[in-house]
Design a protein around this ligand. Structure first.
Ligand SMILES: NC(=O)c1ccc[n+]([C@@H]2O[C@H](COP(=O)([O-])OP(=O)(O)OC[C@H]3O[C@@H](n4cnc5c(N)ncnc54)[C@H](OP(=O)(O)O)[C@@H]3O)[C@@H](O)[C@H]2O)c1
Length: 320
């Protein structure tokens, strides 16, 4: 077990505690040399950030035919890191489901990354509400076959999330245990609002914060050239406009804006872990400072950033 500067929490009650930091795969491993990817993986395990999101970006808005998952798998093997020392999170897409079924998607994803199972997975968002009884059955069939341990959802509208939990409970099956939501200094409505709030408060779900730097804007103040996450509410310009404040506050705490952004997410008791993209080893090193900051000065961080909440007018129930 790596040395941790921040207590691990489980993704669900009774589950194994997971690292507080998680690394995204979208536009990361495919923007590094193989040597740097190996170094990032080894260092992530040392820093207790050995939780990796492994997705095949090949469908719907993500029809990118990216090789980032293949490159991650190669680097993981080359790193010599023990499989038991990392948590691997797969992804299933609903864009063409059930036409492209979960089992085929999962087996393809595992094969591409050279893995035999995921510890957990995220079921992505959708255009039309999915057939929930079938969805819950299909995910549970993968769990029953040992291909994955648990599951969570990504940006689902609260109605479907509640349906999934209720459907699973009614049938004695595994329901979603965590919600991967957009969450950070500027976007708080969904993760902190009154739709998901009760589920977090009662322990029905934990939160996986994602898109925390708004694709990098809140880490550097620059608009990235690459594709980044969806701009729910059309507020990206307003988010970019708070960067000077974020930079100033980060300086006052003696950290980078990125570390401040992660520390902010960790101040929410619902947060099980924070998923961010790092395209260089140096970024991972810098971002790790978030753990000590959240541990030692969490309340001050939250208070200092009170004026940086931008998405107040965005709906908290995920409808947009
Ligand atoms: N739930 C959602 O709606 C949603 C949306 C988007 C993504 N995601 C998930 O979240 C993961 C992360 O998303 P993301 O990588 O697109 O966004 P992100 O975590 O907000 O931004 C990552 C980018 O921030 C920059 N960065 C990170 N640390 C930095 C540092 N210390 N100094 C300067 N810049 C730094 C890097 O940009 P450069 O590489 O350009 O230097 C990095 O690629 C994805 O892999 C995906 O799984 C979820």
């Amino acid at each position: 077990m790596p040395e941790s500067t921040y207590p691990r929490k489980p993704l669900h009650a009774g589950g194994e505690p997971v690292p507080a930091l998680a690394l995204g795969s979208w536009n990361t491993w495919d923007r590094m040399t193989p040597e740097e990817a190996v170094a990032v993986i080894r260092r992530a395990v040392d820093l207790d950030a050995g939780f990796f999101d492994v997705a095949y970006y090949n469908m719907g808005p993500h029809a990118e035919n990216s090789k980032t998952d293949i490159l991650f798998g190669q680097a993981l093997r080359a790193s010599g890191v023990d499989r038991a020392d990392v948590v691997l999170c797969g992804k299933l897409w609903l864009w063409d489901w059930p036409n492209q079924g979960f089992r085929a998607q999962l087996l393809e994803s595992l094969e591409r990354a050279g893995l035999d199972r995921f510890d957990t997975l995220v079921v992505g968002d959708y255009l039309h509400a999915p057939d929930m009884p079938r969805l819950v059955s299909d995910v549970n069939a993968l769990i029953a076959d040992g291909l994955v341990g648990s599951w969570g959802i990504n940006n689902w509208r609260i109605e479907q999330t509640r349906d999934a939990i209720a459907e699973a409970e009614r049938r004695g099956l595994a329901g979603p245990v965590f919600a991967q939501l957009k969450y950070g200094i500027a976007r708080r409505s969904m993760a902190e609002g009154d739709a998901y709030g009760p589920l977090f408060a009662e322990g029905a779900l934990t939160l996986q914060a994602s898109d925390v730097f708004e694709g990098g804007i809140l880490a550097t103040g620059r608009m990235p050239d690459r594709k980044i996450g969806a701009d729910v509410g059309g507020i990206r310009e307003q988010i970019a406009a708070i960067y000077p404040d974020v930079e100033r506050i980060a300086r006052e705490f003696g950290v980078t804006p990125a570390a401040l952004g992660i520390a902010f997410c960790l101040t929410n008791p619902a947060t099980a872990n924070v998923l961010f993209g790092a395209s260089r080893l140096e970024q991972l090193e810098q971002n790790h400072a978030a753990l000590a900051l959240a541990r030692d000065r969490g309340d001050e961080v939250r208070a200092a950033l009170a004026g940086c909440w931008v998405d107040r007018e965005v709906r908290s129930d995920g409808v947009w």
